[in-house]
Every structure is written in C-alpha cells, then in structure tokens.
Design a protein around this ligand. Structure first.
Ligand SMILES: C[S@@+](CC[C@H](N)C(=O)[O-])C[C@H]1O[C@@H](n2cnc3c(N)ncnc32)[C@H](O)[C@@H]1O
Length: 237
C-alpha cells in the first residue's frame, strides 16, 4: 500500500479482487471504475496491420463476465447504501456487465471530438464514443447529485481523446471531475479500483474529496503518485 504524499489519498498496488475485500464495508460514497474493456484480445488497439503500437496486455481478461461480476459485487459491499458508481464501458464490454443487479440512472456518452478513424477496418462504423453507466446501489435511498435550477447536466460529454504518452487510456480529467463534483460532497470518499494514471485521485484531491485508488501495475501507481504532486490540495477536513 502507498500512502500518497497528498493528504487523504491512498494508492494501492494490487489486484482489486484481492484489495476490495480489505476495504471497510459501506465506507465509500462514489466509485469510478474504468476496467479493462477486453478489446485487445479481440484485435482492437493492437491490431493495426498486425503491429502492436500500444502495449495493452492488461486489457485482456480471460472470463470477462465472471471477472466483472466479482469486482462489481466487491464494490457493492464497500459502497454506502445511497452510494453510486460510474462504470466506463465500450460497445464490446457493455453486454458482459451485470448491470441488472444495480439500479441504472444514466448511460453517459463521451463523444470523442478527435476520434481516430478506423481506416484499417472498412466494414464497420468508426467508433467515436465511450460510455459510462451511472448506477445506484439501491433504488429506494436518495443519492447525491448536485444540480442547480438552470444547470442542466446533460448525459453527453464532447471532449477530445487525451494525448498522453504514459498511459494508453487516460480519461479526460474534466469528465471525471464533473462526475465527482455532482455525485459527492466535500470530504466524501471516492474509490477507483482501476486507477491507471490517476485521474480519479487527481480530481478528488482538487475537489476536496478523499480517494482510494487501486491498480495492478506498480508503474501506474507510481505515475499516479507523480501526477498528484502538481495538483493543488483543497481539503483540510
Ligand atoms: C482503462 S485503464 C484505467 C485508466 C484510468 N481511468 C485513467 O484515466 O488513467 C484500466 C487500468 O486497470 C488496471 N487493471 C487491470 N486489471 C486490474 C485488476 N484486476 N486490478 C486492479 N487494476 C487492474 C490496468 O493496469 C489499467 O491501468
């Protein structure tokens, strides 16, 4: 475990299937999960003219349905009863996520304004979107969602893909920040079981939220820690 140099941010190297059971039950207000999409195995990002131009070996999971069911159940245990979860997904992974065990609130669309056209596959539409399910743990309890009278929270974000050499799938921090700002209160704890380059931790820190981030790759945990160094802390709880 790494206690980040940033106060209230805990970064943990390990398989989330092992780490999640060690987190206190019902202690988390919001989960932002960006799991492997399992597209590398299907020839996605690695398939350009047979060349591997990005190492995405972490993106392969043998039994995706079973894996998804296990981590989502482990997340359910640590989430407060009125807690919510965003799960990033792709058209290939959506049918394999056991969403029916949750209460769906939205399917958010990230429209990539600079999506790379898939010229090597002229038999399909060029994918230009990713999606994030917005889910509630229970139907009955009121969940946190900040919205003003004239403040529409539209379910479509238009943002460019992040040009970032250190992690192949870094998400736009503006989208992650909006998710955290609307779905938590100051001082709440946000959990990211697939932290990657640390966007969730960075956004939590700058918005005055606590964060627990897990990644199986120690290099990504180091990267996330480095990224936190330049984030101004807002929290003095
Ligand atoms: C899609 S990326 C997350 C990117 C992140 N949202 C960002 O903005 O940088 C998924 C991450 O999950 C990690 N990962 C894959 N399997 C894991 C597991 N079983 N437990 C924890 N982390 C895992 C990978 O190392 C990878 O960094």
């Amino acid at each position: 475990m790494t206690q980040s140099t940033a106060k209230y941010i805990t970064l943990i190297t390990g398989n989330c299937l092992d780490i999640l059971p060690t987190i206190q039950e019902k202690s988390i207000s919001l989960i932002i999960a960006d799991p492997p999409y399992n597209v590398s195995k299907a020839g996605g990002r690695n398939g350009f003219r047979g060349k591997k131009f990005v190492d995405m070996t972490w993106d392969t999971v043998e039994d995706y349905s079973e894996f998804s069911d296990t981590w989502m159940e482990a997340c359910r245990r640590v989430l407060k009863d009125n807690g919510t979860m965003y799960i990033w997904a792709y058209y290939r992974s959506i049918p394999l996520l056991p969403i029916h065990k949750w209460y769906p609130l939205n399917l958010i669309v990230w429209k990539k304004t600079n999506a790379f056209p898939t010229t090597m596959q002229n038999s399909i539409w060029s994918p230009s979107c990713e999606f994030a399910y917005f889910l509630r743990k229970n139907p009955g309890k009121g969940h946190t969602f900040h919205i003003g009278k004239e403040d529409f929270a539209r379910d479509v974000f238009e943002q460019p893909v992040v040009n970032y050499p250190y992690h192949p799938t870094r998400k736009p921090i503006s989208i992650i920040s909006e998710m955290i700002r609307r779905s938590t209160n100051l001082g709440d704890t946000v959990l990211d079981p697939f932290l990657g380059s640390g966007t969730t931790a960075e956004a939590s820190l700058s918005l005055g939220r606590k964060c627990i981030g897990i990644d199986i790759n120690p290099e990504y945990i180091e990267l996330a820690n480095r990224n936190l160094e330049s984030v101004p802390t807002r929290l003095e709880i």
